[in-house]
Design a protein around this ligand. Structure first.
Ligand code: PMP
Length: 444
């Protein structure tokens, strides 16, 4: 019976998350407790087989791809959708009434609808763009620049990616606003008391990451946004590292802006989105001008389009968004709660296996962290380690991870970073640790 109910529900609703949200709304209205039956077990080996790149060899060794925080690998469904778009549907969006034009528009707008559902936001509040970097710049230039004045402040955190630092510095330089920084505790978590103490009346915006791309720390964004809102401070959440790994409910977070990037969500590069509260979108002037973002253009002046389109000038990455729609379908079919549980199981094994490696220093030990592990080995440079690991077929990232202020905090120029995803395996973890021990000895 439960299975039948699930089948019916599945045919009506896009994801288990959406169903859970619906059931919890019904529960709170009626007082009757309702939950979704647990998912049937997922065949993770079959899931992995959906990713063609994971079958290749590097330097004669099976590829171990532990760099998903950098960019995620793409399943066949995404690759085939992009391929099919160019083979059968290629046309520009919104400009043509012919069949291909309509199909291209449907693919593009379909991605907006799917992503909005995935994030649990309204699709007419979701601006499609090239990724988080663009999304944050859009808020910086269109929302913050006209608003901020000398003496105003923006609060950032020590663990931000450069994409959530540099745009604010550029805006601060032009407006006379100042930047304040929330610091971390010894486990790599935000020190919340110190963060809240920074939220003084001159602060107009708090911009922070949901999940750290270096430490894996998952910030309690819901609580933080509530505190900011109490004080009348707008919040921007960089969801680049959250959307690929967590079951998200952006509406429940209570932020003002939420940014995601498609290429980390098993989707194509050059795709992403900014969700903004309607009141902000309506008040924000256009950032980039051109075709598609207007109602009427006269030399005397231009009337701009309403809603997200006002911020989507020019021809977008249509094939990419078709692929992102497929990626969202793929993740939703697996279920983000299942992905999260799978990655936590991988992380547990990874941490246990790393415990056996002598001289290893791990950066970030927040409880409940995501499957991102930054580390150094005593006496070895991060780039040397990563280069030697590549010869073993292992792909990890080494460097500052676009987080210079975090490196300064730890007093190191670089770390190695292994980042896992649901398509990785326990066997890869064992092979990785064996490779790490081998190269460690070479560098000793
Ligand atoms: N923020 C975080 C936390 C990230 O990890 C990244 C990607 N490394 C970005 C922002 C930038 O994303 P994109 O390059 O897709 O704009």
């Amino acid at each position: 019976m439960a299975d039948r109910r699930w089948e019916i529900a599945k045919s009506c609703f896009p994801s288990r998350l959406a169903i859970s949200q619906l059931l919890s709304a019904i529960s709170s209205l009626t007082g009757i407790t309702m939950t979704v039956a647990p998912s049937p077990a997922i065949d993770w080996a079959a899931v992995r087989a959906d990713f063609p790149v994971l079958t290749r060899e590097v330097h004669g060794k099976p590829l171990i791809y532990f760099d998903s925080a950098n960019t995620g690998q793409k399943p066949d469904a995404v690759i085939a959708t992009v391929d099919d778009f160019y083979r059968r549907h290629n046309a520009n969006v919104s400009r043509a009434v012919h069949t291909l034009g309509t199909e291209a528009t449907e693919a593009y707008e379909g991605a907006r609808t799917k992503l909005a559902r995935f994030l649990n936001v309204r699709s007419d509040e979701l601006v499609l763009c090239s990724g988080t970097t663009f999304a944050i710049n859009l808020v910086a230039y269109s929302w913050a620049l006209p608003r901020l004045q000398p003496g105003d402040a923006i609060v950032l955190t020590r663990m931000e990616h450069h994409a959530n630092i540099v745009p604010w510095q550029l805006v601060a330089q032009r407006t006379g606003a100042v930047i304040k920084v929330a610091e971390l505790d010894e486990l790599g978590r935000l020190d919340l008391d110190r963060l809240y103490a920074l939220l003084t009346p001159e602060v107009k915006l708090l911009a922070l990451t949901h999940v750290s791309n270096v430490l894996g720390t998952v910030n309690p964004v819901r609580e933080i946004c509530r505190e900011a809102r109490k004080r009348g401070i707008a919040t921007l959440i960089d969801g680049s590292q959250a959307a690929p790994h967590l079951a998200l409910d952006v509406a429940a977070i209570g932020c003002d802006f939420y940014a995601v990037t498609g290429h980390k969500m098993s989707g194509p590069t050059g795709t992403g989105a900014l969700w903004a509260r309607r009141e902000h979108l309506e008040a924000m002037p256009p950032f980039i001008g051109g075709g598609e973002m207007i109602k009427e253009v006269r030399f005397e002046g231009t009337v701009f389009a309403d809603g997200p389109r006002r911020f989507e000038a020019g021809t977008p990455n249509i094939a990419g968004f078709a692929g992102l729609g497929a990626a969202v379908d793929y993740l939703s079919a697996l279920g983000m709660a299942n992905i999260e549980a799978r990655e936590q199981a991988l992380l547990q094994r990874f941490n246990a296996a790393l415990g056996e490696v002598p001289g290893l220093r791990i950066f970030g030990a927040a409880p409940g962290k995501a499957a991102v592990v930054s580390f150094l080995i005593e006496g070895a440079h991060a780039h040397d380690l990563a280069t030697l690991l590549d010869l073993e077929g292992v792909a990890i990232r080494s460097g500052h991870h676009c987080a210079h202020p975090l490196m300064q905090h730890f007093g190191v120029p670089a770390t190695c970073r292994a980042s896992l995803a649901y398509y990785n395996t326990f066997e890869e973890i064992d092979a990785f640790v064996a490779a790490l021990n081998k190269v460690r000895k070479l560098l000793a």
